[in-house]
Design a protein around this ligand. Structure first.
Ligand code: FES
Length: 123
């Protein structure tokens, strides 16, 4: 089952440079997209994940898996690689849970919420 990285493309960090011509979220998305594609992970952009005060924000989601929101990222290649690495591990996991010892260093301290999978319709 595919893991998706949903990237907020309207996030701005406190150090956002308005003269850059794009938001920090757009900059981070542009870095995550090729890194995720190289790992077989899907991406999409949305405008606002409602975590604006702690941007940049992304969600890591897969059907019937634990899903997560992560924030407080700067739009750097290191952050994008860590997010893509974590998403690839999430995709490999049957439940979406990734053992802490496997977490890329760059995602530690960035988890904001965890969403358990919905019960099946038959439950
Ligand atoms: S602008 Fe990114 S969460 Fe609202």
């Amino acid at each position: 089952m595919s893991t998706w990285i949903t990237i907020c493309d309207t996030c701005k960090t406190e150090s956002w440079d308005a003269a850059s011509g794009r938001t920090d979220g757009e900059a981070l998305a542009a870095l995550i997209e090729p890194a995720a594609a190289a790992r077989g992970v899907k991406t999409r952009r949305v405008s606002c994940l409602m975590g604006c005060k702690q941007g940049c924000n992304v969600a890591i989601q897969g059907a019937d898996k634990l899903n997560y929101t992560l924030g407080r990222f700067e739009p750097t290649a290191e952050a994008a690689e860590a997010i893509a690495d974590y998403a690839a591990l999430h995709q490999e996991s049957a439940t979406g849970q990734v053992p802490f010892r496997q977490w890329p260093q760059g995602v530690k301290g960035h988890f904001v919420t965890r969403h358990p999978p919905l019960p099946s319709e038959d439950a």
